[in-house]
Every structure is written in C-alpha cells, then in structure tokens.
Design a protein around this ligand. Structure first.
Ligand code: FAD
Length: 246
C-alpha cells in the first residue's frame, strides 16, 4: 500500500515522534511505500483564507471558503501547498494521523491541515459523503497520545469515552469523506510512564501495524439505516458507540 502519515508534533524526540518512526520502520519493512507530512517541520500554514486561492475568485465580493475551494480546484488555482497535500492523499491507500490529543482534539496545525486540504470538490461534494464519500476504498488510522490514563477515557471516566472524544475525527473527517476507519491506537499518558511502560506501548503499536488487514474496522451505520431526515430509522439499534436511540 501507499501510506501517508500526517504527523503533528513540534518536537522530533517526542513520543509521537517515536510512534511515527516506528510506523515508518514497520510499514516499510512490510513493503509498503510510506510518505510523511511533518506539519511543524513543513511550517504548514494551518489558517484557511484568501491565500488559499491563487486565481480569479468565483465571487470577489464575498468570501465563501467552500465555493472558492471548489472553484480553485476546477480552475487549477488552489494554493500549491494544498495541492501538494491533496496529491499525497490521492496517492495514498491508507492515511495515518499521528498526534497528541490537545484540548480533546487534534492540534490546531492538524485541524487547519484538514480545513485547507479536505477542500470541497476534493474531499466532499453534495451527495458524496459517508458511504458515497470521495475517499471510498481508502483506509485510515488515528494514532494518538494523551496526558491522562485509559481509565479517564473509559465510558464512565472523567474525560469521557475515547471513541466519543475522537468522533469528530473518526466520523466528522474520515468517515464523512468515505474512509474505512480502524480502531484508534491510543498511547495513554506516555509522559507519566516509566521506560518499560513506554516500550510496551511501542510494542502494542507495532502489533497494531502488523495486523491492519485482520483488525475489524470501526462500525458506522450504513446509509440504509437512516430515514430521509438522516436519523436512524425506527427499530435500528444505535451501534456506533456514540449515537444513541432516543
Ligand atoms: P512526550 O512528552 O514528548 O514524551 C513522553 C515521554 O516519552 C518523554 O519522557 C520522552 O522522552 C519519551 N520518549 C520519547 N521517545 C521515546 C522512545 N522512543 N522510547 C521511549 N520513550 C520515549 N492530554 C489529554 O489527555 N487531553 C487533552 O485534552 C490535552 N490537552 C492538551 C493541550 C495542550 C495544548 C497540551 C500541550 C497538552 C495537552 N494534553 C492533553 C497532554 C498531551 O496530550 C500529552 O502531553 C501528549 O499526548 C504526550 O505525548 P508527547 O508525544 O507530547 O509526549
């Protein structure tokens, strides 16, 4: 497979950096082609705006990011740093997002990467979402680290279920655009473990990377489970772990 790792940590010797390096080593050894977007090292501009559009605007009187994204893609005038990232995604069979959980989400540089790169016309269009998403056939994995323990991210933990915390990424970004999504790999509080504990986390990630093919994907309800108002049909049991029957 062609695998793109998007890495969002400012410190190369961080534990996130160790997880990134491990993934490169393990996946390359299996014969995969691995490409990296090291967002901090690239000094990636995370702020969408006028600079994303290098040609004549669709509407110069009022800025609609989504409309201008579509127009810029149609006219080949999207900013080169966005085009380069989009080309990497197009080449990739699998996307790995490697990041520390910051304020219950992705670091701003990665969120901004998504805002700019997952542009309308490239990542989604009317009628092209979820089951019919533009990235249908591609696979994604979130590999994240936390500052607190697995217990705090249990369903009854003080931070809430990790799958709920990651739902905006898993469902809102990846599944929305058509990816199949692997269960996340989460290294809980590496900063508060001893060296043996961190080594065990690296071993566990290695095992996850070696079992990609056989690991069941996260469950997302198919389109056929939804009524025309896009709510689960009566009688369909909510199974995503985040949605619930009301
Ligand atoms: P590091 O601190 O870089 O590394 C941890 C340890 O691993 C270090 O001792 C390092 O030397 C060691 N290490 C590095 N490489 C290796 C290796 N190869 N082998 C063994 N050891 C190694 N946490 C939450 O849970 N929820 C939040 O909402 C949240 N919000 C945050 C918001 C901000 C702005 C910030 C800065 C932090 C937040 N945190 C939060 C904490 C954050 O998630 C953790 O600090 C982070 O995930 C830890 O990962 P790291 O890569 O930065 O670890």
């Amino acid at each position: 497979m062609n695998i793109l790792i998007v890495y969002a940590h400012p410190e190369p010797t961080s534990f996130n950096g160790a997880l990134r390096d491990l993934a490169i080593e393990v996946l390359s050894a299996q014969g995969h082609m691995v490409e990296i977007s090291d967002l901090y090292r690239m000094n990636f501009n995370a702020v969408t705006g006028l600079g994303d559009f290098t040609g004549e605007r669709s509407d110069s009187t009022r800025l609609s990011i989504a409309r201008e994204q579509t127009h810029a893609l149609e006219t080949g005038t999207i900013a080169p740093d966005i085009a380069a990232e989009q080309a990497k995604i197009s080449r990739a069979d699998m996307l790995i997002l490697q990041f520390p959980i910051w304020w219950f989400g992705m670091p701003a540089i990665l969120k901004g990467w998504a805002d700019r790169v997952f542009a309308r016309g490239f990542a989604y269009l009317p009628g092209r979402k979820y089951d019919t998403g533009m990235f249908h056939g591609k696979l994604a994995l979130v590999s994240a680290t936390t500052g607190t323990s697995a217990e705090t991210y249990a369903p009854d933990g003080i931070d809430g279920d990790i799958l709920s915390v990651l739902w905006p990424v898993h469902n809102g970004l990846l599944r929305y655009t058509g990816f199949d999504v692997l269960p996340p790999y989460v290294a809980y509080m590496p900063g508060r473990l001893d060296q043996a504990g961190r080594a065990a986390q690296l071993d566990a990630y290695r095992e996850r990377l070696l079992t990609i093919d056989t690991t069941p994907r996260l469950f997302f309800h198919p389109a056929s489970d939804y009524a025309p108002n896009e709510r689960l049909k009566p009688g369909v049991l909510a199974r995503s772990g985040v949605q619930r029957n009301v």
